[in-house]
Ligand binder design. Structure first.
Ligand code: NAP
Length: 266
């Protein structure tokens, strides 16, 4: 799908990957509707992007709010012309399963999974009326390879991948395309210090958010509906789906290191 002149609603627009996606979308001439909780951060970004010759509007949206549906209804009334929804917002916590509180679990599932379903369901009637439309969900390598220390996050991202797959099958042949992008570790503030140090010790590569954003935008422009980023991660995704025991063995070797960093988080 060509993004020129398309109106794109982007969640997580104040985040590391989201900011870069906004810039990359602007280069393609998309009209931007940047969503987030932190309006000051979004205003700052709008000013920083003033040179880009595209329309940029902002909308306040708290994806963990119990009033999310009402907020989305307001958004739809004001912006009935959205062509593309990009669900990029997300939260992460590096914690052992027995160290997660029920509030932390709820917040993770609300933002990473429930909000994706709520926004998509609410926007689909509009998207179906546009000549060409798309839903783009940002998952993670951990949405295919469940990783120790990230169990809740992995569960939420497995959910996003499953939802995206079903949605793509449900909308096959319609005007609404469905995309899934799974980045591997990326250099944003989502990853706390312990995770950065652990990744370094384990030799896990971390990508630049601008590169990830460009991959996402290229995937949309080239109709690549499912994209896993990074070697050897994309190979492990395939191996995990066929011979998960091999990935079990690899991760058991990493476990002592992961546990050392997890203990720091208690
Ligand atoms: N960074 C990685 O290593 C990595 C790897 C694979 C996949 N991903 C995925 O990539 C996406 C973007 O991640 P990132 O690295 O850019 O993370 P980030 O820099 O931490 O940004 C997260 C974004 O989500 C927004 N958000 C969080 N809670 C929200 C809420 N309740 N309501 C509305 N917005 C909320 C944040 O807004 P506020 O400014 O209001 O907090 C921020 O814009 C996520 O889906 C993440 O799971 C990231």
């Amino acid at each position: 799908m060509k993004l020129h002149s398309k109106k794109v609603l982007l969640t997580g627009a104040s985040g590391g990957i989201g900011r870069a996606v906004a810039i990359s979308l602007a280069r393609q001439g998309a009209r931007l509707l940047l969503a987030g909780r932190d309006m000051a951060a979004l205003e700052k970004q709008k000013v920083a992007m003033a040179g880009a010759d595209v329309s940029i509007e902002l909308v306040e949206l708290d994806l963990a709010s119990i009033e999310l549906s009402e907020q989305v209804d307001q958004l739809i009334l004001k912006h009935p012309d959205v062509d593309v929804l990009i669900n990029c917002a997300g939260v992460n916590l590096f914690k052992a399963c027995d160290a997660m509180s029920s509030e932390q679990i709820s917040q993770m599932l609300d933002v990473n999974l429930k909000a994706v379903l709520v926004l998509t369901s609410a926007l689909l009637p509009l998207l179906k009326r546009r000549p060409q439309a798309a839903v783009v969900n940002v998952g993670s390598t951990f949405g295919s390879i469940a990783y120790p220390g990230f169990a809740a996050y992995s569960a939420s991202k497995f959910g996003v991948r499953g939802y995206t797959e079903a949605l793509r099958r449900e909308l096959a042949g319609s005007n609404v395309q469905v995309f899934y992008l799974a980045p591997r570790a990326t250099k944003t503030t989502m990853n706390e210090r312990a995770v950065l140090e652990m990744n370094q010790e384990l030799g896990n590569a971390m990508d630049d958010p601008a590169w990830v954003a460009d991959q996402l935008v290229k995937a949309i422009e080239r109709d690549r509906f499912k994209l896993f980023l990074g070697w050897p991660e994309k190979l492990f995704v395939v191996i995990n789906s066929v011979f998960s025991v091999l990935v079990d063995r690899a991760l058991i070797k990493q476990l002592p290191t992961i546990q050392t960093y997890l203990k720091r988080e208690i």
